[in-house]
Design a protein around this ligand. Structure first.
Ligand SMILES: [Zn+2]
Length: 486
């Protein structure tokens, strides 16, 4: 059965508020959700015959959705759709009507084959409505990513399988956060596969206050041990410090550092995010500790305390009644700058002086910051001087060419390509342009050749475009760009 699980992209998102248990309990015996999935697949295979099945990407829907399948699934060969479990959704005249939350399969019948789509119906009320009212939120929202799962076991060693340990620790973190009244959303609560790109996209749609990804480590050297925490974005760093310092303090593990790297989930989430590597399964001593409930508790407590400390100091909740602003008794006089610049009304527009360009407004005052002139953006620094080259502003990089004009799109500098999006901000991580994916590393330089991200390999042509559906150097690259050794 494993090979069927492997070829399906399970797009399963499970939030804490979303109940997995009813799916499990609807079966007579205690089955995990992946066992339910396997059981359903076995039935489908015996009904239609293995050789007649084609597995397609899954669908995620909200309970209450009704969708026109002829619009969503672009496959003219399919004559008729049916549901594997009408209690979750039914199909009438090409319209899929959701009935209940849960996971089952959509079957598309063609002349000679059956197309199989896994469908996940989420409880909309629990996942969406709860979280979209953020302006009047009286609680924090935290996203917990339990790394790997399902067909992807992660690493393993000394009798510990990473996906299982990650879920155990992530669940402890969830429970402890819930005790603080935090609304916790997870990418998975069972042994199911969730693509890390989908996890990042899901987290962005939930828009939590912070994101934490739980992983454990491996090394070719059995002596390697300790905890490392990864971040990508500038906003991740203060958050990461709260967690990482406590991890070391609470566990006494070797401090491998709080390190910057471009893990997909930290790079592609919009909120402060970190990825914790709790310990090395390949180190016998550390693996033994990690098996131990007390040690898992220490890790979970460190993460939770770090999260709570960060939230307390950085996220303002709105508890209901607005606070009355304090009025100072003796308002201070506004500060008067000591040597205010005297405007010179004879100066107007671009003026070249002291080897720099300045821009004077109609009142003869030098402009600072961004200026749009004749449809082109320029940046004038604190002294009013026009910037050229790379500048960093609020954690984003911009490139101003030698005329001062802000660059957008692809630029080549020192033999490397960079991409500046339409706001001028330098892109990092994955970007999609003209239907092709490109990867820009944390310095912004476009990657080519083989790259490893989040434990997966991708191949980028010399043009930077990600390879798909091809075999290169004995590796098969699937339609999502992920390479598997043949
Ligand atoms: Zn991992």
């Amino acid at each position: 059965m494993k090979k069927y699980i492997k070829i399906i992209l399970l797009l399963i998102f499970i939030s804490v508020n979303l109940i997995v248990t009813p799916i499990i309990k609807s079966e007579a015996t205690e089955l995990s959700s992946s066992e339910v999935t396997e059981k359903q697949l076995e039935e489908i295979i015996s009904r239609y015959g293995e050789e007649n099945l084609i597995f397609e990407n899954g669908l995620i829907l909200n309970n209450g959705d009704e969708i026109d399948l002829s619009k969503v699934i672009n496959n003219e060969e399919i004559i008729e759709f049916s549901s594997n479990d009408d209690s979750i959704f039914q199909v009438e005249d090409n319209t899929l009507i959701t009935n209940n939350e849960g996971v089952t399969f959509l079957i598309g019948k063609s002349d000679s084959k059956y197309y199989v789509f896994q469908v996940y119906v989420a409880d909309e009320a629990a996942t969406i409505a709860n979280l979209s009212e953020d302006d009047k939120r009286d609680h924090y929202v935290v996203y917990v990513d339990a790394g790997h799962g399902g067909k992807d076991p992660g690493t393993s060693g000394n009798g510990v399988i990473e996906k299982e340990l990650n879920l155990t620790i992530a669940s402890k973190i969830r429970d402890k956060l819930k005790n603080y009244g935090v609304n916790v959303v997870m990418n998975r609560e069972a042994d199911v596969f969730v693509d890390f790109k989908d996890t990042a996209a899901h987290a962005n749609s939930v828009n939590p206050d912070v994101f934490v990804s739980i992983h454990n480590n491996a090394s070719t050297s059995s002596s390697a041990n300790g905890i490392e925490t990864f971040y990508t974005k500038t906003i991740d760093l203060p958050y990461g410090k709260e967690i990482h310092n406590r991890l070391i303090e609470y566990t006494g593990a070797k401090d491998r550092g709080l390190k910057q790297d471009t893990y997909y989930v930290t790079n592609h989430t919009t909120m402060p995010a970190v990825l914790v590597e709790g310990g090395f399964l390949t180190n016998a001593e550390e693996a033994n500790k990690l098996k131990n409930n007390d040690y898992q508790e220490k890790i979970a407590n460190a993460v939770v305390d770090g999260i709570m400390e960060y939230l307390k100091n950085n996220v303002e909740l709105n508890p209901g009644d607005p606070e009355v602003p304090e009025v100072p008794e003796n308002p201070e006089n506004p500060e008067v700058p000591e040597n205010p610049e005297v405007p010179d009304e004879t100066l107007k527009g671009w003026i070249f002086e002291n080897n720099n360009w300045y821009y004077y407004d109609n009142n003869g005052v030098k402009i600072n910051g961004w200026l749009k002139d004749n449809g082109v953006w320029y940046y004038l620094d604190n002294s009013g001087a026009m910037a050229t080259g790379w500048i960093e502003l609020e954690g984003k990089w911009y490139y101003l060419n030698s005329s001062g004009a802000m660059a957008t799109g692809w630029i080549e500098l020192g033999g490397k390509w960079y991409y500046l999006n339409s706001s001028g901000a330098m892109a990092t991580g994955w970007i999609e342009l003209g239907g092709k994916w490109y990867y820009l590393n944390s310095s912004g330089a476009m990657a080519t050749g083989w790259i490893e991200l989040g434990g997966k390999w991708y191949y980028l042509y010399d043009s930077g475009a990600m390879a798909t559906n091809i075999t290169i150097d004995g590796w098969y690259i699937d339609n999502s760009g992920v390479a598997t050794k043949l």
